[in-house]
Design a protein around this ligand. Structure first.
Ligand SMILES: Cc1cc2nc3c(=O)[nH]c(=O)nc-3n(C[C@H](O)[C@H](O)[C@H](O)COP(=O)(O)OP(=O)(O)OC[C@H]3O[C@@H](n4cnc5c(N)ncnc54)[C@H](O)[C@@H]3O)c2cc1C
Length: 407
């Protein structure tokens, strides 16, 4: 049994909620802290269904939270993995231009990466690309040496272990079902009991907008779930990819564009694409949740986005429903790849915050409301940056939630 009175409750034991909890136990070791997780274990959703890449920060707008927290977060993640013997590799990646139109965008990426403080970025030609990735083809490539890979489920499990060792509690199978705001406390009701707290941090990922509403706040956005589907290379063909091979991203949709990732386990996967999921935790085509679907379809922002970007959406659906179309996209980077080299792999669902005007929220978004802090948009590279996101959120919470006074 747990006690019922806390000074901070965090909803959600994904990599962000746990990263925040870890930082609280480090900075305020005497605060009574509880993390509530609806699933029977940590990292059951985005944090355990991602590509496992430690992103370098090359893509993000200079000065944005994403850029700042990713660059410092990647270094912190590598150090964390080293310190706790979590398998990881700083293998580097190549971003490959296959069309003359992409060459100026590749050069822009190099400049952007340098503006974000990355070192060692190099534009290379086709011969040098073949030395790094013998089976990749392109007109030019950008080498990003600081990119790495790890297993974020293991990272989350280690975060949870350290939180418990420092006196915090991570309570699983405990979905927050209701939130009551009283004058001096907040009550969170779960099937495992009601818990009182003076400060609450909402890190509920795909459900962060619903938790905000449950707390009586208007989040100003709706979370739209986008499923990313992967194929795995069969083991006999895994040698086609040494590390990470990426296309040049569309600046409007940096998360689109299937790529190859050699995971820390040695398995190579191709993907993910991005299709509208019909359930917030809809990992298969057949997963449909009427409430989730209605919340996407009833939102004017969804239709505004659909009107603007239907072409991209159709392309993603085509690659989702047709393996030949998926393989054609991959062949731009790796011409030797064939349909029979790929078998269906896993999938993940991204929580994408969408504004009423149909714009995707690009940067990380943390919104205080009284003694509650809502973490409403933490897409990729949030796993990479989870330690520094934890620090940034605790900086905000220390003042807006009064953590420093309570400690
Ligand atoms: C396909 C895909 C590939 C990606 N690749 C990368 C990558 O290579 N590198 C990278 O850095 N990032 C990557 N990302 C992004 C990264 O995984 C996410 O940004 C990050 O995991 C978000 O963490 P989170 O804790 O906010 O969300 P989650 O991991 O989704 O955690 C939220 C938690 O809240 C819980 N919860 C929800 N409602 C309740 C409730 N009512 N009560 C209690 N608990 C609740 C959920 O069960 C869940 O465990 C990828 C994401 C996806 C989907």
């Amino acid at each position: 049994m747990t006690d019922s009175r806390y000074q901070v409750i965090i909803i959600g034991a994904g990599v962000v909620g746990l990263g925040v909890a870890l930082e609280i136990t480090r900075r305020f070791p005497d605060l009574r802290l509880l993390v509530l997780e609806k699933e029977p274990a940590v990292a059951r959703h985005q944090s355990g269904h991602n590509s496992g890449v430690i992103h370098s920060g090359v893509y993000y707008k200079p000065g944005s939270l994403k850029a700042r927290l990713c660059v410092s977060g990647a270094a912190a993640m590598i150090e964390f993995c080293r310190e706790h013997s979590i398998p990881h590799s700083v293998c580097g990646k190549v971003i490959v231009a296959t069309d003359p139109e992409e060459l100026p965008r590749l050069e822009n990426l190099r400049r952007r990466g340098e503006a974000n403080g990355l070192t060692g970025l190099r534009l290379i030609g086709p011969e040098e690309l073949r030395e790094i990735e013998p089976h990749a083809r392109g007109l030019q490539a950008l080498v990003v040496p600081s990119t790495g890979t790890t297993d974020y489920t293991l990272v989350c499990e280690k975060y949870a272990e350290l939180i418990a060792a420092r006196g915090g509690t991570v309570l699983t199978s405990a979905p927050a079902a209701a939130i009551k705001r009283l004058p001096n406390e907040i009550i969170v009701e779960t099937p495992r009991g009601a818990f009182s707290t003076t400060a609450l941090i909402n890190c509920a990922g795909l459900f962060s907008d619903r938790i905000a509403r449950m707390a009586g706040d208007d989040p100003g956005i709706v979370i739209i779930p986008f499923r990313g589907e992967y194929y795995d290379l069969i083991p006999e063909r895994a040698a086609l990819v040494r590390a990470l091979i990426y296309p040049v991203p569309d600046p409007q949709f940096p998360f689109l564009g299937v790529h190859f990732t050699r995971r820390i386990t040695g398995k190579v996967d191709a993907g993910p694409n991005a299709v509208l999921a019909l359930a917030r935790e809809g990992y298969r085509h057949s997963d449909i949740n009427l409430r989730d679907l209605a919340s996407s379809l009833a939102y004017s922002g969804f239709w505004r986005m659909a009107r603007q970007h239907w072409r991209n959406g159709l392309g993603e659906w085509r690659r989702s429903l047709s393996k030949p179309a998926f393989v054609r996209a991959l062949q731009r980077l790796l011409p030797e790849i064939r349909e029979h080299d790929l078998i269906p792999g896993g999938s993940g669902v991204r929580a994408q915050a969408l504004k009423p005007d149909g714009a995707l929220v690009d940067d990380f978004q943390f919104v205080p409301s009284g003694k509650i802090l809502h973490v409403l948009n933490v897409p990729s590279p949030a796993a990479t940056a989870s330690l520094t996101i934890g620090q940034a959120i605790v900086d905000t919470a220390a003042t807006s939630l009064g953590l420093a006074q309570d400690a």
